[in-house]
Design a protein around this ligand. Structure first.
Ligand SMILES: Cc1cc2nc3c(=O)[nH]c(=O)nc-3n(C[C@H](O)[C@H](O)[C@H](O)COP(=O)(O)OP(=O)(O)OC[C@H]3O[C@@H](n4cnc5c(N)ncnc54)[C@H](O)[C@@H]3O)c2cc1C
Length: 570
């Protein structure tokens, strides 16, 4: 039986409690403490999302010898000239403000040099050591301090509330339909402004790094709301995912970028260093180059016992490695590896989606009242995200969204929702309770993993992408036709798994479709049938809307290919 939804009202509704969601809440509250602000989150507060998992750190041009122009140029060149330059500029400028806020107002203790200045370490793909960090577990420091500040304020929380549909009203968003995961009840939260900050998360790949609560729900909801998504073919693989065996969730989890930045070597199955054969920057090349080189080594059969490769740090001195990478050394030890003195098996692992909902520099979207920030948003990074620009992106644009929404709601009233849309969304979620044929979700998930890894992964071509699209249609059809073994809706994790797979399959189709439409190879997207980057002057980004991809020219608003802001500034 289709259920009715319970109703709640708020001024600002924030979906997600990562860096983007919590910064938005803090800034909206600071701008106007009288506002009713609600943060709704699928996971457990303080334990969900990827910001907490940030290891390496936060890119920001703080040193006197560095500059925002240099950070900007690294971001544009790393992104292969596909980033939206106004968004990238905002990122590098406001990262300075955010890191000061994190340190001086929120109380983060970042690592320091002997002279008291903030220590900044090397990250691959950057021309300057600009990554601020707290050891190699930076996200815990950021999220703990941020959460203390947010929850000390009068901000409402809905924990284990899964957003399932954005509901439009007349001339804009009216609110969001949720499942209260603990009771299985539907709840409709009406809001004047909604922030989508559910953090993307390419968990449709066999090896992946993001937290288990992330399943591209935000992007899937945006797609169903008819919003355009850009750069969806750009899925970043982190080169060093831990390979810890088949039946452990530790496989795929990331060993941080700083290991390669510090001078770590990648070795093949014969224990030979191979990266210098592929790129003059060797292990310090950007993630796309390193992942592709690793993929080719693996494909050529030069693998470790579990089908991956090795990272080796011992030549840097085990004591130094233990001191500087305490978290990573402990993580490896937990899985039976000696990172400081031995070899650790690694494999490229799906890490980050550069693509996401198209948005303006104030975080607004094509749907009035809907805002987006963090990994759900597309356009900041283009074809490649620099390590350290991810948490900068979520905190910078989260804060922008908070400021913008606080100003926006001043002149808005709550809109009446489209009740038919709510009923349709409930009916979609209820589908697996209606059918009789039980479904094997584990087997479907494995098929999705293999399809995306083999056919829409680090190297793609037209044939593999077409074949993937056919597989994805089959998976989607089987998912829609099957029923769940347990009909109780309260804390029914199998139901949520079903919903996760529905979001992931829908977004996977968009990734494959966008990859098919891009006839060149840029950054994270490599087509073996179109291996050239194409003329940079004619750079175009992919924009997906309602089944169709349009390639749109990149506007070079600040710098053109062949130019540099550094030279201009000199
Ligand atoms: C292992 C790892 C290491 C990383 N290291 C670095 C690093 O060193 N430097 C760097 O710059 N970046 C790093 N990143 C990337 C960085 O973590 C992300 O770019 C960034 O934190 C994303 O922030 P966010 O706020 O957009 O999303 P998240 O922090 O992931 O938060 C998403 C939130 O949305 C919630 N949510 C999801 N779906 C729903 C739903 N349907 N309804 C309600 N809530 C929902 C989740 O529960 C969560 O609270 C790393 C990522 C990983 C996985």
């Amino acid at each position: 039986m289709v259920q009715e939804a319970r109703n709640l009202d708020t001024d600002i509704l924030i979906l997600g409690a990562g860096g983007a969601g919590l910064f938005a809440a803090l800034h909206a509250h600071k701008a106007n403490p009288a506002l009713s602000i609600t943060v709704a989150v699928k996971g457990l507060l303080g334990k969900c999302g990827c910001t907490r998992m940030v290891q390496g750190g936060y890119n920001v041009a703080l040193a006197a010898e560095d500059s925002i122009e240099r950070h900007f140029m690294d971001t544009i060149e790393g992104g292969k000239w596909l980033p939206d330059q106004e968004l990238a500029w905002k990122l590098v400028v406001l990262a300075i403000e955010r890191i000061r806020e994190l340190e001086n107002e929120l109380g983060c203790f970042f690592d320091r040099n002997p002279d008291g200045s903030i220590h900044q370490k090397a990250f691959a793909g950057q021309t300057f050591d600009r990554t601020v960090h707290k050891g190699d577990l930076t996200g815990i420091e950021i999220m703990n301090r941020l959460a203390e500040q947010v929850w000390a304020r009068d901000i409402h929380r809905l924990e284990e509330y899964r957003a399932v549909e954005l509901i439009a009203g007349k001339q804009g968003i009216s609110g969001v339909l949720f499942i209260d995961m603990r009771t299985g009840e539907y709840v409709f939260v009406r809001a004047k402004a909604v922030l989508l900050a559910t953090g993307g998360g390419p968990t449709m790949y066999k090896y992946h790094t993001p937290s288990g609560d992330k399943s591209c729900d935000g992007m899937a909801m945006a797609l169903r709301a008819g919003l355009p998504l850009r750069d969806m073919e750009m899925v970043q693989f982190h080169p060093t995912g831990l390979l810890a065996g088949t039946h452990t969730r530790m496989t795929g989890t990331v060993l941080e970028e700083g290991l390669r930045g510090a001078g770590g070597h990648l070795l093949n199955g014969a224990k030979e260093r191979f990266m210098p054969r592929y790129d003059p920057l060797a292990e310090r090349a950007t993630r796309d180059f390193v992942s592709r080189a690793m993929y080719l080594e693996i494909k050529n059969g030069n693998t470790s016992p579990h089908g991956g490769l090795y990272i080796s740090m011992a030549h840097l001195g085990p004591e130094k490695v233990r001191r500087e990478f305490k978290g990573m050394v402990e993580r490896c030890a937990d899985c039976g590896f000696d990172l400081a003195g031995g070899l650790v098996e690694v494999v490229p692992t799906a890490h980050y989606m550069m693509g996401g909902v198209e948005f303006a520099a104030d975080c607004s979207t094509a749907l009035p009242g809907l805002f987006v920030a963090g990994e759900d948003a597309g356009g900041v990074h283009g074809a490649n995200r620099l390590g350290g620009n991810g948490v900068a992106n979520s905190t910078v644009f989260g804060a922008v969204a908070g400021d913008t929404m606080a100003a926006w709601v001043r002149n808005q009233a709550l809109r009446q929702p489209d009740r038919v849309a709510i009923a349709a969304a409930i009916a979609r979620c209820e589908k697996p309770f209606l059918k009789s044929e039980p479904i094997d979700l584990e087997a479907l998930r494995e098929r999705l993993y293999e399809t995306m890894w083999q056919k829409v992964g680090i190297v793609r071509d037209a044939a593999s992408l077409e074949s993937a699209l056919a597989d994805l249609r089959d998976i989607e059809a089987e998912l829609a036709a099957g029923s769940l073994p347990d009909m109780d809706r309260a804390f029914n994790l199998t139901w949520h798994d079903w919903l996760n797979l529905a979001s992931l399959t829908q977004v996977s189709r968009v990734i494959a479709t966008a990859a098919l439409a891009r006839h060149d190879s840029r950054g994270a997207h490599y087509r073996s049938d179109f291996p050239d980057a194409g003329p940079l002057e004619q750079s175009a980004y992919s924009s997906y809307r309602e089944g169709a991809v349009t390639m749109k020219p990149v506007a070079f608003t600040r710098v053109r290919p062949g130019q540099s802001l550094l030279k201009n500034a000199a």
